[in-house]
Ligand binder design. Structure first.
Ligand code: ZN
Ligand code: ZN
Ligand code: ZN
Length: 371
């Protein structure tokens, strides 16, 4: 992963983590696969059967427990963490257990393999477990200036692909969804991403399935094509959805799209510091409800985004969390009429002191593409 943090950033993140740990009565953080570990010290654990784990005690220096053969990949940060490189015949969970022997509450990362957690429970039956996401997630929600710059660059890169879609540079009619998805994926990389995370292409009735898997369905003239695509660039994610129409949309589709566009814009405008996350959902949903499409908007309005495509905070009814400066999240209402058609429009928004700022600025219209 092409991103790096320096010792100063790492130490400030670790300090703030420890404040939250103290507040929540957590003695040690155990971070393995997932993004909490790279967020804190810049190292990405490989999703391997060999254990990598950052042990962050509340009142001692962190130790990165790592397979010896992975150690050369570590960019060491002097004064931030030390390394415990374990050899092939050693028991790494035993090593972690001895590091946490004085702790009573351990918070573990969401994506740590259950196998290691089960082994740790056996090694350390005295420990109580909590979720590390409740600690590191609180920090990761509030993006700093460097992170916002990375999200902005990723947003601009994905917008260039959206522009190619709108301009007809990406042929649609007569190709399969899968072929168009592969084409878009290549463009996501060509525009500067390190990795493609998804390139959903859903034509006609398939667009009614929000997470449709692009397949052998051939795109025809006179139908809607929903494209939801994103990748990772310098460690941060892009994610946008645009729909195009291969001809002139019917009155029904054009009207529904007008409702969707207004709902999305209202959701973006609601991304104001101090308002609740659920109010963003409410702003978009109320417009779709009022137009009579409420039963066809079957998911929450948005998700947080950063190092991961989906992370805290979620823009969903019931989430009263107030929006803070630096929150980055999607606004992506949709209308899905089963068996007929679907549509969604998505931008990434960052809450700032000057109001919501959209990372995605390519046209929000249902553009006709006859290509
Ligand atoms: Zn999604
Ligand atoms: Zn998306
Ligand atoms: Zn999204």
């Amino acid at each position: 992963m092409a991103f790096a943090i320096d010792a100063k950033v790492a130490n400030s993140r670790l300090d703030r983590c420890r404040e939250i740990m103290a507040r929540r009565g957590v003695d040690v953080l155990l971070l393995s696969v997932g993004h909490d570990l790279p967020y804190l010290v810049g190292y990405h654990a490989m999703p391997l059967e060999r254990l990598t784990m950052l042990v962050v005690p509340r009142d001692a220096d962190p130790v990165l427990v790592i397979p010896r053969l992975e150690a050369p990949r570590v960019r060491e940060l002097p004064g931030v963490f030390s390394l415990h490189a374990w050899g092939e015949t050693e028991d790494p969970v035993g090593a972690v257990a001895s590091l946490v022997r004085n702790a009573s509450v351990a918070a573990v990362g969401d994506q740590m393999w259950s196998r290691f957690l089960v082994e740790l429970i056996n090694h350390s039956p005295h420990l109580r477990y909590a979720r590390a996401n409740d600690i590191v997630g609180e920090l990761r929600m509030r993006k700093d200036a460097t992170e916002i710059a990375a999200l902005t660059a990723a947003g601009q890169a994905i917008d260039r692909v959206a522009r190619q879609l709108h301009s007809g540079e990406i042929p649609l009619i007569g190709r399969t969804e899968a072929a168009v998805s592969a084409d878009m994926s290549a463009r996501i990389i060509a525009e500067g991403h390190d990795k493609v995370n998804f390139a959903i292409v859903a034509a006609g009735e398939n667009a009614a399935s929000p997470h449709h898997h692009p397949g052998s369905r051939i795109i025809r003239e006179g139908e809607i094509v929903l494209c939801d695509f994103g990748g990772t660039m310098n460690g941060y994610c892009s994610d946008t959805t645009r729909c195009v129409f291969t001809g002139t949309p019917s009155q029904e589709i054009a009207e529904a799209y007008g409702v969707l566009k207004a709902a999305e814009a209202a959701g973006v405008q609601a991304g104001v510091i101090g308002r609740s996350c659920e109010s963003v959902d409410q702003a978009a949903r109320s417009i779709i409800d009022a137009a009579g499409f409420g039963e066809y908007f079957v998911h929450r309005t948005g998700h947080g985004i950063g190092m991961e495509e989906h992370e805290d905070p979620y823009m969903v009814a019931g989430n009263a969390l107030p929006i803070e400066a630096g929150f980055a999240f999607s606004v992506e209402p949709g209308i899905y009429v089963p068996g007929k058609w679907g549509m969604r429009l998505e931008d990434i928004v960052v809450a700032t002191n000057d109001g919501p700022v959209s990372m995605n600025n390519e046209s929000h219209d249902l553009v006709t593409v006859v290509a």
